[in-house]
Design a protein around this ligand. Structure first.
Ligand code: GLA
Length: 385
């Protein structure tokens, strides 16, 4: 059950808990999805990213148990999963593995966890590149911290959620998604230094809207292409005898570009130039210079399309259509790529018309069914009273 508009809020989740358990939940927690405004495929190169937490989230309503059993009803998929905290085994059973993975990472870190039973409900579209998995991991961490009376350190919990994804689920993602889900702030984007994990909240001017443009396409090969890009970046860093591509300056890159084959040259150029664009974009945002910000988004898309080669015909079509609309300041693919979503920065007063026109023109041009979300930046994961 979701609300009429497909949106989920505290009342929806508490209502589903009530239907399942016959009483009100003791605790309700929320972990947001994210959209990345700029800084793509830079996090695992120790670089810079500028995402925001969105107003779509994974919610958990629960009651603590006296024992160490965890019992979870996934409302959207009608799945049920349970496990005992003394006997964690990866059985590859779908969403429950994210919950187990987080329990495993927290216990490995030395936290003593208590059991709980509850329902999971969400309105982050799955597989669209809006980090529904990270949202589930982070809200799970939030829940375990609450029932087990552990202190909530968002950065530490983001790292443990990433550990769950890397080592339990087996996806080699960077830190961006979990960190923004844990540390987001309403009406702000978050500039993250993915090496030091220092971050700064950068206000989003009220005159603009962030519009998420889901191409309606999903690519099965994302994981292998992602791992391949990541390995290529790490290999090049080793050859340059640096810790990560973040440590190669634009000058040094240009001087040594001849040593690299064409593909490597393009991959490295993307990462180095994207780091630079991200820092400039954050500065532009701070100054309220949304025109420069939009231009940098477009440059980012071109670099992802031509140099890093992770875009797709559907993403390119979406970005092109977005950029041809009045009031559009910039647009680019967002997330890992190959399908999923683009993101656009749009003058606030044109946002509704923009959303309608882009959807219609995209549908006509590609025959895919798009989804468009005019989004607000939201707070990071928390207990919702
Ligand atoms: C996925 C990963 C992130 C990041 C992006 C690309 O979303 O989970 O860590 O690498 O791709 O920027």
């Amino acid at each position: 059950m979701t609300t009429q508009s497909g949106r989920v809020d505290r009342q929806t989740v508490a209502g589903i808990f009530h239907q399942t358990f016959g009483k009100a939940p003791d605790i309700v927690a929320r972990g947001p999805g994210r959209v990345n405004l700029i800084g793509e495929h830079t996090d695992y190169n120790d670089g810079f990213v500028l995402p925001m937490a969105i107003d779509r989230a994974i919610w958990i309503a629960l009651r603590p148990r006296r024992d160490r059993w965890v019992m979870v009803h996934f409302n959207d998929t009608k799945q049920y999963g349970e496990f005992h905290l003394d006997a964690l085994r990866n059985t590859g059973e779908g969403s429950i593995e994210y919950v187990k993975g987080v329990a495993w990472a927290l216990q490995e870190e030395g936290f003593f966890l208590r059991g709980w039973e509850g329902v999971v409900v969400g309105d982050v579209p799955v597989g669209a590149g809006l980090s529904s998995s990270a949202a589930l991991e982070v809200v799970t961490a939030r829940v375990f911290a609450a029932v087990s009376h552990c202190s909530w350190d968002p950065v530490k919990m983001a790292l443990l959620s990433q550990r769950a994804e890397n080592r339990w689920v087996g996806v080699q993602c960077g830190i961006m998604d979990q960190l923004i889900s844990a540390c987001g702030r309403a009406d702000h984007a978050l500039l993250i230094d993915c090496r030091s994990l220092e971050f700064q909240h950068v206000p989003l001017p009220p005159t603009v809207r962030v519009v998420i443009l889901d191409t309606g396409t999903r690519r099965g090969l994302v994981d292998s292409a992602y791992n391949e890009r990541r390995a290529a970046c790490e290999h090049t860093a080793e050859r340059f005898r640096v810790k990560a591509l973040r440590d190669i300056s634009l000058d040094e890159f240009e001087r040594r570009a001849v040593e690299m084959d064409e593909t490597t040259r393009k991959r490295v150029r993307h990462v180095i130039s994207e780091n630079d664009r991200t820092l400039r974009a954050a500065e532009a945002l701070r100054q309220g210079d949304v025109t420069t910000f939009g231009r940098l988004m477009v440059e980012s898309h071109v670099s992802l399309r031509d140099d890093f080669e992770v875009s797709s015909p559907a993403l390119d079509a979406m970005v092109e259509i977005a950029l041809s609309q009045p009031g559009c300041l910039g647009a680019r693919m967002t997330g890992a790529g190959f399908g999923g979503c683009a993101v656009a920065l749009v003058e606030a007063e044109t946002a509704e018309t923009f959303a309608q026109n882009v959807a219609e023109q995209y549908r006509q041009k590609t025959k895919h069914e798009p989804a468009v979300y005019i989004s607000r930046a939201s707070d990071g994961a928390d207990i919702v009273a």
